[in-house]
Design a protein around this ligand. Sequence first.
Ligand code: ADP
Length: 489
Amino acid sequence: MKILIAASEAFPFCKTGGLGDVVGALSQMFSRLGDHEVVLFLPKYRNIGGGAFSLSAVGGNFLIPVAGKIETASMSRVQWGKVSVYFIENAKYFDRPGMYRTQYGDYKDNDERFIFFSRAVLEGAKFIGFKPDIIHCHDWQTALVPAYLKTLYRLDSFFVKTASVFTINNIAYQGMFAKKALIKAGFDWSDFMPDKLEFYGGMNFMKAGIVFSDIITAVSPTYSKEIQSYGEFGKGLEGVLKHRSKKLFGILNGIDEEIWDPASDTFIKRGYDVKTFAKGKASCKRALQTECLIEENKQLLLAGVVSRLDNQKGLDILCKIIPELVDKMQFIILGAGDEKIANALNKLAKTYPKRVFFKSGFDEALAHKIYAASDIFIMPSRFEPCGLSQMIAMLYGSLPIATKTGGLKDTVFYTGEPKSSNGFLIDAANEKSLRSALGKAVSLFKRKLLWNTMIKNAMNGDYSWDASAGKYLEIFKSVHKDRFKSLKF
Ligand code: ADP
């Protein structure tokens, strides 16, 4: 199959969170599993290029209408294993310090930026002569691609056999704009209907992806159900999703085990596997305690956090109970995002310098060290589409304490019996539940045999992409076959 992946981020080129990990890993998996030609389209943000990847320019350019003006797109490319990566260039839209926002908030023209990108994906495919069987889009930033295929490009012979798959990585970010975005994107007012692009008087990009794609996926089986239920999970799109229920599948994310492997990880003090974790983790713990200038003490339970600082992640709940826990345990927290949460964490680190360390910002090396050094990994998420961090933590022998929601529920098991558990689950993201789970962890940590049984369960889990990437490919094959069948020659 010819597979075109369109996304706003992909590791190792650009990443703000799990979306980048998922797109990067899936592109590689698709190219390795079977005889598929895989092309990945990304925006060319300011910091892309250089380092390990030297991009070459694709000669020429093409024009994209946006908001009544004509914008120019050019492209550069790099071969990344078997994946051809194309970067769409337009200095006005993408040569900026951040990918989506400044520290003061989202870029005001994010609608135009991703209208431009989504349309440039289709024009770019034509430009390089790549006729995709499948276009796989991710989240609101590329959600207009399926909508274009079913409207403006419906009669375009270049895409006559192209089917679209839209993956919801996080429904909390929908790309909601004023209704004039419809016209900026080149759609017709007749598409501004509640069953199409209209959403409470505005235009919702994610809704466009859900309504117009041939298949929708969500990043874990539990999340695919949660987002169809009324309440906070569907974020207003539950009705639209329910309507397309038969075309919606939950496929659990995996993690890239070439990047995340405690045995070969060059960021950490000492490599280890499931047989040697006791010595390996002890050495990593000592090294990180020293590096972070907190008390060097192997008897203290060390809790790690690597997270976006966002209401979703429930770290405000953790902040509230840290003062009552610091006599029993330590915390090393790495996070970027919400200033209020960062301030609260900074204050805690200042008040308890031997027990709490906080670094604000994005730091790949420190993240690896935290996964390896910590005994437990805290994720009191209010909702969690899939979550990669808990899987990375488990692979590194750090037991997650996580809310029973979304992908956390699908990957963390707690039965009350250490021999059949790989972490701790809390029923809801609140202080009481988190306090009680942390209490359980503190006392179980002293019973080394039981604790180590749980570490082995966690480290022996299968978090690879193999099964899930295979499921995507099966869906691609079947939707492509359906698309082909539906054509009237
Ligand atoms: P989300 O996509 O909601 O941010 P996930 O758990 O799915 O959460 O993925 C988070 C990914 O981003 C993990 O690879 C995690 O290690 C990484 N990450 C999150 N915050 C940071 C940070 N401040 N520094 C380094 N890596 C981070």
